[in-house]
Design a protein. Structure first.
Length: 289
């Protein structure tokens, strides 16, 4: 992996690491459906204009449809639903299952090798994530179980979307894919809206700021970086961003919400960085075809 790709991976983790916090701030007041629709729609307004200004054209609608539904609308509303019942830290832990699906789908559909190094790295990464976010006892009830399953299902969607992008949609510009998939997701989510928009909630500056941040950063900017990574390094390595996301989620929480950072956070962060290096096979000689 080139230094530029590694920098994009870290930047993406920093951006998406804030998404769980944004969701926890806004979802209880807006509801999962309206939160997701506003998140997608704001980004969908900005990105096509930006793509047009950059000289891009939206013309691969079959691929936009698949990615908009599987990689945007469905996983985003599943995570928004989960934000009603489980913490941002717990969602971050569950998000770390994404590379497992990426490695599985990559082995099944892309012919990628699932080496002992990758397997060991994935195992270390999961343990590191648990330490970083301070994994503790969770009260088990039907809502927690359903919310956890929703996060895991969303991660499978992300991994399948990444595999599809690598196998079927290579060569499609990242700007176009981002804009097109966001437009599709905006339309697809309309039937899920429960009723009138709770305008009173939008007057709260924290909720308004969370929506703006998750739309423009997590949606628009994040997807441009993500699709570029998919094209350059493939889905399995791109999805290892899930190991770094909880590190930044904890960091932003400590900076902006005064959340404590303990020794387990430092140790877990070191384990996550080690796991990421193993899964990305940094330092391994590249085999020439």
């Amino acid at each position: 992996m080139r230094a530029a790709d590694l920098a994009r991976l870290i930047a993406l983790a920093a951006i998406w690491g804030a998404s769980f916090l944004f969701a926890r701030i806004a979802v209880p007041s807006l509801g999962a459906a309206w939160f997701t629709e506003l998140r997608v729609a704001r980004a969908a307004i900005v990105m096509p204009l930006y793509a047009a200004a950059a000289g891009g054209r939206l013309r691969h609608w079959r691929h936009y449809l698949f990615m908009g539904l599987l990689n945007t609308a469905l996983p985003w509303i599943l995570y928004a639903y989960a934000a009603n019942y489980i913490s941002a830290s717990y969602m971050g832990i569950l998000n770390a299952t994404t590379p497992w699906f990426g490695a599985l789908f990559g082995a099944l559909w892309l012919g990628e090798r699932f080496t002992w190094r990758k397997g060991t790295g994935l195992a270390i990464g999961v343990v590191g994530v648990a330490l970083t976010v301070g994994f503790g006892p969770v009260e088990v009830n039907p809502n927690v179980i359903l919310a956890s399953l929703a996060c895991i299902a969303a991660n499978a969607c992300y991994a399948m979307g990444g595999t599809y992008m690598n196998k079927r949609a290579q060569g499609i510009p990242a700007l176009g894919m981002t804009a097109g998939s966001l437009v599709i997701a905006t339309v697809a989510l309309l039937p899920a809206l429960p009723g009138p928009l709770p305008l009173q909630a939008l007057l709260d500056w924290k909720i308004a700021g969370a929506l703006l941040g998750i739309a423009l950063l997590g949606g628009a900017a994040g997807y441009v970086i993500y699709f570029r990574l998919l094209a350059d390094v493939g889905p399995t390595k791109s999805l290892t961003v899930s190991f770094l996301i909880p590190v930044f989620a904890v960091l932003w929480g400590a900076i902006f919400l005064d959340e404590p950072v303990g020794a387990t956070t430092v140790i877990g962060g070191a384990m996550i960085l080690l796991a990421t290096a193993m899964v990305l096979e940094l330092g391994q000689p590249r085999i020439q075809p």
